[in-house]
Write a new protein. Structure first.
Length: 383
């Protein structure tokens, strides 16, 4: 067994860590207050090769692996969670689906700018009446001549509201199989396709800079060649990349939890009560120790899942464990971080209040905690 990161992974981690500290973290509060997305930061991340780590160089990527991608995602999320979320959706989900299932032409046209970071990808599975039960979606795609015509509404779509978002991968019913079951296919829908409409931007509890929108497809016409992968396996393709998305959510959780610990340690050493630093109180030290224990375990778990993925080994169980453990760990760690900061922790001027508000979402997106436990339960039932 080897628990060491490679030199390349360490280089990515150190670069992303410095970037998060020097460029991202100082802007994070402003992003949350104004809701403005920092396009200049994406441009810098692109220059540093962070937008396409796991993709082949011939398609604009860095030719790295998924451990490297997630080490980067942890550090970026430590700086700001909405940037981690942007990176997850454009890389782990949208970019990967085009890379794995796309034709040569689709990869050149759509993946290359995503991997280079000049364009951002989005992913639309969720609908108003179809969330955890994602297979019950209603959006339809009908072939007409050399085009597909899509009708339906997708909701809660991350990234699509960004000015440089290029495409959204849409799951839609495209027909029925021989047994009469619906067939779901995936389509590459450019944001400028006729009939594509950006719906309302959601007002959220947190993650204000992340542009989450409804997407309305009304007789939306896309060329036949924008069908992605096997037309009968669109849903399976989506689920396959969401498995990676779960590792990403776990890495993001670890990044924010690490930020909570860093801030809490600093504060506990500085804050004097009863004539001494609160760090000297065992009750506070135990909280810090518990935070550190759970972060360590969550980090090991997401790295294990990513390592298995890099070796093309099955990692459904490990990815779900990483997601549910990491995201639930973060909620507790963020709450303890606010507690250690006392009343100041509730004030906007301290970043832990932002971490606390942002943390909840990670138990919901890309398969809720309940869905992860259903997946793990299903695996256990076969053992
Ligand atoms: C900010 C944000 C960004 C998002 N970005 C995207 C995106 O880019 N693309 C996209 O496609 N989606 C996106 N989503 C959607 C997200 O993936 C869904 O919200 C999530 O999958 C849950 O679906 P739902 O909200 O419909 O909840 P529901 O499925 O209605 O679930 C409600 C509750 O019931 C529980 N539940 C449901 N069924 C069961 C069951 N059988 N057993 C036990 N418990 C159950 C759930 O766990 C949950 O607690 C985003 C959501 C948010 C909030």
């Amino acid at each position: 067994m080897d628990f060491d990161l490679t030199d390349e992974h360490k280089m990515i981690r150190d670069m992303a860590r410095d970037f998060a500290d020097e460029v991202i973290a100082p802007r994070s509060e402003n992003m949350e207050c104004t809701g403005e997305f920092p396009y200049d930061i994406i441009a810098q991340m692109a220059e540093l090769g962070m937008m396409g780590i796991p993709f082949p160089e011939e398609y604009g990527g860095s030719g790295g692996d998924w451990v490297g991608e997630h080490v980067c995602m942890e550090e970026i999320s430590r700086g700001d969670l909405t940037l981690g979320a942007m990176l997850d959706v454009t890389t782990s989900v949208a970019g990967q689906e085009i890379d794995v299932f796309g034709t040569e032409e689709q990869k050149k046209r759509w993946l290359t700018p995503i991997a280079q970071g000049t364009k951002i990808g989005a992913f639309a599975l969720t609908e108003p009446d179809s969330g955890s039960d994602a297979g019950s979606l209603r959006t339809r795609a009908v072939p007409e001549g050399d085009e597909w015509v899509l009708n339906g509404t997708k909701q809660f779509v991350t990234n699509i509201g960004l000015d440089n978002a290029s495409v959204v991968l849409v799951a839609a019913i495209s027909g029925k199989d021989e047994e009469g079951n619906v067939v779901i296919s995936t389509f590459i829908v450019p944001k400028d396709a006729p009939g594509f409409q950006l719906g309302k931007r959601y007002e959220k509890m947190s993650w204000h800079a992340s542009a989450t929108h409804e997407v309305i497809l009304e007789d939306c016409r896309i060329p036949e060649r924008n069908l992605l992968g096997d037309p009968s396996r669109g849903f399976a393709q989506h689920l396959a990349v969401l498995e990676t998305g779960r590792i990403s959510i776990a890495a993001m959780s670890v990044g924010v939890a690490q930020a909570c610990l860093d801030q809490s340690l600093r504060y506990a050493r500085e804050r004097i009560q009863f004539g001494q630093a609160i760090f000297n109180s065992q009750a506070v030290q135990f909280k810090l120790a518990d935070m550190s224990i759970s972060i360590e375990l969550a980090r090991n778990q997401y790295l294990k899942a990513a390592w298995l993925k890099d070796r093309k080994r099955k990692h459904t169980f490990e990815a779900s464990v990483a997601k549910v453990f990491g995201s639930e760990m973060l909620e507790k760690v963020a709450s303890d971080a606010v507690q250690i900061h006392g009343g100041y922790g509730y004030m906007d001027e301290y970043p832990v209040s932002r971490y606390y508000k942002g943390a909840k979402l990670l138990q919901i997106v890309e398969g809720t905690s309940e869905v992860q436990r259903m997946i793990i339960g299903r695996i256990l039932s076969t053992r």
